[in-house]
Ligand binder design. Sequence first.
Ligand code: GDP
Ligand code: GDP
Length: 438
Amino acid sequence: MKPVIALVGRPNVGKSTLFNRLTKSRDAIVADFAGLTRDRHYGNGRQGKHEYIVIDTGGFEPDASSGIYREMARQTQQAVAEADVVVFVVDVRGGLSAQDHDIANYLRRLGKPCVLAGNKAEGMQDSMHLAEFYELGLGEVHPVSAAHGQGVRSLVDLALKPLALPEIEEEDAGAEKNVIRLAVAGRPNVGKSTLINTWLGEERLVAFDMPGTTRDAISVPFERNGQKFELIDTAGLRRKGKVFEAIEKFSVVKTLQAIESANVVLLLLDATQGVTDQDAHIAGYILESGRAVVIAVNKWDAVDDYGRQQLERSIETRLSFLKFAPLHFISAKKRQGIGPLWSSIIQAYKSANRKMPTPVLTRLLQEAVQFQSPKRSGMFRPKMRYAHQGGMNPPVIVIHGNSLEHVTDAYKRFLEARFRKEFDLVGTPLRIEMKTSS
Ligand code: GDP
Ligand code: GDP
């Protein structure tokens, strides 16, 4: 599981600026998708061999007592409680404030690893400005400039250091063992535990022992028609004996971690509720993670024809960025439509790990260009030469040539559709990158 860093601090100290720095690489990818609702408060980052999740806790009011502030404080406290390490951001230009003291008191009581970041420290020669922050009783202040990127790398090193993290394994361990790690993600009450228990009650499912999992481990290994799966314990779910139970509190952090550690994510929606903001956020995380995904609309038994039409339309508009995902309409309670989910899950897994040989990719590229060549842009005519596979899970196709920065999005979509068709890629994102040599 990726470690979680929570950014905490009063308004205007530079938390969101720091957040953007820490999550920069991923944002660039996600920005390409139209219609994607993004919750800017959660993001992924990577430094060297370590990946992490960052939470920007937004408005932190330790003793907000009512209304929306109270709800925000509750969410912030949950996020902080679930984080592995807290980065407390203060403003060294603005100086120490009473609110900083309140937050420090709260964090000290929590007894969680905490790093104090003195932001807006660019161009400060002396350490005088930093000295007063020792008063907070949280140790040394680390000067950073989120706006200019100074000190940010060492801040991350410092934050991750006490966690003794394993390095990222470049080879996917699950893929090697041919076990599909599956996460069922969705907001509370969409029917996650009902579906999982229906599955686990099926006769065709055989539990098996997997090295490294114990009886009370949070995942369930099982086999179905010769294919091994590992069901990952998801947000809002807990295993109790032989069955899964919904727990009350929904956790974005756990959802993110489950999505990240899965090979395939089954996104569950509730037909009686339509596509809500929270659904769209979870869908956004799945896209951002690059995981293979299958969508299932549950409680199909509880809506009439009109409701079904409405729902199909709202999926089309609100989840348009996941249109590569197979869509199923099911009733977990009545056991309708759930068998076909398996073949979609396996297909998505295989698509995500498809090998695409360079000669085939290059031939397809040339055929596509012959059928329709990319438009000239001013003086430039993009010239595509060859393509190779730049990665798996999700698959990445790298196209080499000249003036490729002038290739339009529409043309990229045209190429994507051709590659998808040829390699039978269903249920996985496909990334196309352009490498220009002049
Ligand atoms: P948040 O409310 O804590 O999320 O703070 P923001 O990230 O929105 O930043 C508040 C203000 O501080 C903005 O005007 C930023 O441009 C500015 N700011 C953020 N980081 C720095 C920095 O490193 N140096 C300076 N001088 N200003 C910064
Ligand atoms: P979770 O919080 O996502 O795990 O959701 P649960 O599995 O606890 O289900 C929430 C509620 O939806 C329960 O009352 C279930 O009985 C109900 N439910 C689950 N699946 C279906 C379904 O297919 N049809 C209908 N009508 N209700 C369902």
